[in-house]
Every structure is written in C-alpha cells, then in structure tokens.
Design a protein around this ligand. Sequence first.
Ligand code: SAH
Length: 457
Amino acid sequence: MEMKKNDIFTVAIEDMSEDGAGIGKTDGYIWFIKDTVIGDVVEASVMKQKKQYGFARLVKILTPSLHRVEEPCPVAKRCGGCQLQAMDYEEQLRFKEWKVKNNLIRLGGISPETLSMEPIMGMDHPWRYRNKAQFPFGKSKDGRIITGFYAGRTHAIIEHEDCLLGVEENRRILEIIRDFMKEYGIEPYDEAEHRGLVRHALIRKGFRTGEIMVCLVINGKRLPEADILAERLQAVPGMTSFSFSVNKDRTNVIMGREIVNVAGPGFISDYIGDIRYQISPLSFYQVNPVQTEKLYRTALEYAGLTGNETVWDLYCGIGTISLFLAQKAKKVYGVEIIPQAIEDARRNAEINGLKNAEFFVGQAEEVLPEQYEKNHARADVIVVDPPRKGCDEKCLETIVKMEPQRVVYVSCDSATLARDVKYLAAHGYELKRVRCCDMFPWSGHVETVVLMSRVDQ
Ligand code: SAH
C-alpha cells in the first residue's frame, strides 16, 4: 500500500526498538511509533518513509495495551530521559528478557531447547535509582533562570527539577543555586550565543554513605562568590564537596577538563558490596548502585572463584568488577583504555588494601595478545564488560588461545553479546548460564551476564 506524508493508518504495536519506540507492521513494512506500547492498537500519521521502514506519529490510541499505565512524570513525553514510562514495570522486565533471549537464539545460534534464562533482576523500587544527575541551566521565554532536562534529540530545556529517577536532594540543591544566581546577577549559559556563565550542575550522591557532591560547570575561569554558594549548599544534609569545572568550549561535552575545588575534599565515597570507591567529578561510576551490586554479584558467582584463580578483567573501567573479584581470586589483571580510569582503579585498590590486582592501560585487543605472547599470561577465568560494540575479534581470538575454564561476559548490548557468544561457541565454549539485570528502569536498555565454559574440561 502506497502511503505519503500525513496519511493516517491503523496499526497494532508488536515490538519495541532499543530507544523505546513501538514497532508495528503494515503489509510487512515496519513502522516506528514513539509513545506507543506493545499491545496498543493505534492510529498513526506518516512522518518519514525509507525503503525498509518508516516513522509515524501517534494520533490516537484505539485500544490501549493491557500493560499501558499513566506516566507518573508530567514531562515524560517531552523529556529525552525515559522511554518506557507508559509500560508497567513487570511488562518492561518481561520485554527486556525476551529481547535478550531472542537475540541469543536468532543472532547467537543458541538452540531454544538448551537456552534457559535465570530470572531477570529487576528493582523492588524502580524510582530514584540514579546517583548522578547533570542539569543544564538556561532561561525561560520570560527571562527566568531555569534548569531541567534536554528534550529528546534537541537542546531545548524542559523545565523540571524533580526527576523521579534522581535523588530527592536535587530539587533543593537546584533551588539554592538558582536563588544564588539571581541574587548575585550570575547569568546562565546561552548555547546559541556562547554567552553567560553557568552551564550545568553535576550532582552525585553516595547511596551507602549519604555523601553529596555538587560541581558547577561554568563558561569562565572563576565563579564569583563561590564561598557563599558553598556555605549555602551546606544546608543540604550530606553535602560533602563543592567544586566548579571550567568549560569554555563550544561543545556538547558537559564537563570541562579543569576542576577547581571550593569546599570539601573534592570527592565523595561510596560502596559497592564491601569495596569503597572514591568518586571525583570526572570519575566514571555506575549510576545505579543498587543494581550494579546485583550485576557484579552475579558475575562473581559465575566466575566460580575459590581463591586460587588467575583472572583477567577486560574493559575494567575504574576496576569495579576487578576489585570485586580480587576479594575471592589469587590475582586479577584489569585492562582499560582510559588512563584516568586506571588511575582511579589503582587508587581504589589501595584504599581497600587489595594487593592482588594489577592494571594495564590500553586496548584489550592489544594488551591481552601482547601479554599472552610475550609474557605467557594465563587465565583460569576471563571477565569482559565491553562497550556496546562488543569485543574485538582479536580479543576473542586471544581469549580462546588462553583456554580459560570460564568466560564471564557482562554486556550492555545483547546483539553484540549474541555475536560474541556465537564466536566463543564455535571455538570450544558452551553457554551455561544467562541472567539479565535491569540497570535502567524506564529505558529500553538491559544488562546481561553470561557464563561460558570450556567444553573439554
Ligand atoms: N567494567 C567497568 C566498565 C565497563 S564500561 C564497570 O563496570 O564499571 C566499558 C569500558 O570499556 C569503558 O570504561 C571504556 O572506556 C572501556 N573500553 C572501550 N574500548 C576498549 C578497548 N578496546 N579496550 C579496553 N577498554 C575499552
């Protein structure tokens, strides 16, 4: 059926994309329709068509899905943060698990009969789980200083200070900063004109310690009356550290490279399990600490450590998984491409008195082959936690050559996970266990932990 722009059609939503758009089909042609939920039957109007698929706008819900719920957040549709607020949480979990299973079967070549998934780890309270938020500052049409979130795909600021994914303190902190700016005539940043001072407020909280850090990102070298703001922020319980970051570039990158500490030690601490981490404004740290702990415990369980093992943790970031494993292994080697992350990893090892963890800066696909060939590195267990694009084939090739008994794969993209599982399955490894973890409720993302064991042991 030929259709043109603004034509209206009826379609049943059967699937969902990574970014949470509903997917429906007319005569085999695929439509992406934002704000729809699997199970809805909707009327939609054509926006854009390509050869294989098109985009349409929701016009009317004819029959709502059984899993459709009222979005709890007033700006859910406009804000770029959440995609699945109209779907009940149980259904979200089912959908995420199904997606991973489907990819393992379809792209990973795993037979449906042998694939048994352990139940997905969801959250008991899937709100206010984020320990970090970055609020852009700007002005409303009538000239007020506002903060909130970027709309999906644009930099228009949606005024909203109490995001339901963030901590309750965010609201009070933003109010203090706004009042301070107003009182001292400090202008928010204007992106189009590259003028004004305050660009973003970064707020982080250690969930276990209660410590809070605020860092203002400014388009300038100094923040006037910074001490006064620091003092006012002290009114918020847990406030530990206040700094500003200098970012004078015309850029989408939020943080500047230079951090100027105003009050407090310049970092906060938090725990995952028994391991303490120091987090500074620029450190990477998982944003959902409650689920992170579940994810790492699963990885640790799958690693099956008894205390005698040599473990490699590839793509180790600040060494979070490495240090978790180091408590139960003889020796852990971590590999990570970002030098500052490795500095954090080494410091975190030291703070926790863990002497059996050693870290390398470099690409996993270079460091591992080099260590294997030159230094005859060996491993009982190899853990990988790669970015979305998955493992480089050179890395997988070396893993296979090293013949570890177990490979534990932590993944944030089930399509590349499935591709890599297929590779390992073709080279002497067998898929033993799979478990998903919901790190980002109300988004389309899902994390998965997989255990693969050597077949001939
Ligand atoms: N395991 C860590 C971080 C995982 S995120 C944690 O749980 O906190 C993936 C990490 O891989 C990032 O820190 C990224 O910088 C790193 N990375 C990306 N490409 C890499 C490569 N080719 N070799 C090694 N590390 C890489």
